[in-house]
Design a protein. Structure first.
Length: 316
């Protein structure tokens, strides 16, 4: 499922909810109109409303009719109360009173729909409570004392600010274990998801498993399985090199994924503990040349004596 489909899915949910409430309201009105006295008053109200719609808003007749209408509404409420009818059932209770559950205000996406889509994007992305770090969680003291980490932090910040219009579409984080690669990936994922981008965060093992599953599944199901990897706004692959290489098809599938995203101008970020030579040895030159293609990818080396993840801000 791509972002457009996710937006449509959440819009459908909102609008289906609106339809259900409208049907419930119509049903309640019909029940209320089964009360003879209410039916008589309601018919009078409707007749007056029709007359008002034909008059000048500032005319004396209009004002008089509005007064009559207000009195009729009071009488209707009294009748309903006398018959122990739930008055609240005759009111439209929108989930969002700003857009009336249409999802849009003046052709712009309402905040309610934005929130729904954002939640759905997070659910689809693989981002969970363990991947909730932001750039604010980085220690300024640590960054200023480590030029490589500071450079990586700045590059990541700029990448998010300019996304998806970066000079280098892709980033490659490589370096030893515990140097802050995953932490910074989480910051990027969280930042861009908050900006309504469809970010898929997964490990290299997840990618391998998903693609193996897709290519062994019925052809009709393949696209749905692979869509998050191939169609997301940003694909983040963490810990390349930790996944088992079952057989040659794993390498072929991985090459296909990287090649297709490059061909379609869809960005990705990869992190790995492997050196360029180790990547060449493990995956072959064809894959190495793709992920180290400096025309579209910016490689960033991570080195640190201490683990950046230990320097996230503590709760007060």
């Amino acid at each position: 499922m791509n972002k457009q489909q996710i937006v449509q899915q959440e819009l459908n949910k909102l609008q289906n909810s609106r339809i259900e409430k409208e049907l419930a309201l119509k049903s309640a009105i019909m029940k209320a109109r089964q009360i003879p006295q209410y039916l008589e008053l309601d018919n009078k109200s409707r007749k007056i409303q029709l007359e008002i719609s034909k008059l000048d808003e500032i005319s004396d007749t209009n004002k008089k009719l509005h007064t009559e209408l207000e009195e009729l509404e009071k009488q209707k409420i009294e009748v309903l109360q006398k018959n122990k009818f739930n008055i609240e059932a005759l009111k439209m209770h929108y989930f969002c009173p700003i857009c009336s559950d249409t999802g849009y205000v003046e052709n712009k996406m309402c905040e309610c729909l934005k929130h729904q889509v954002q939640e759905a994007l997070i659910k689809q992305s693989g981002i969970n409570n363990k991947l909730n770090f932001t750039f604010d969680d980085c220690s300024e003291e640590l960054l200023l004392n480590n030029s490589l980490l500071y450079k990586a932090y700045k590059v990541a910040h700029i990448y998010c600010d300019n996304f998806p219009n970066n000079k280098h579409n892709n980033l490659l984080f490589f370096g030893a274990v515990g140097t802050g690669k995953t932490f910074l990936l989480e910051c990027i994922a969280n930042e861009l998801t908050q900006k309504m981008n469809y970010v898929v965060f997964c490990t290299a093992y997840d990618v391998s498993k998903t693609m193996m599953h897709a290519y062994s599944a019925p052809y009709s199901e393949r696209n749905a399985i692979l869509s998050p990897l191939f169609d997301s706004d940003l694909l983040i692959i963490d810990d390349l090199g930790t996944e088992p290489l079952f057989h040659e098809s794993v390498l072929t599938n991985f090459f296909t994924l990287i090649n297709e995203r490059q061909r379609n101008n869809l960005p990705y970020i990869i992190s790995t503990n492997l050196t360029p030579d180790e990547i060449d040895s493990r995956y072959g030159n064809r894959i190495k040349s793709r992920i180290f293609n400096t025309r579209v990818t910016l490689p960033i080396l991570f080195q640190s004596e201490k683990d950046l993840r230990l320097y996230k801000k503590k709760d007060d």
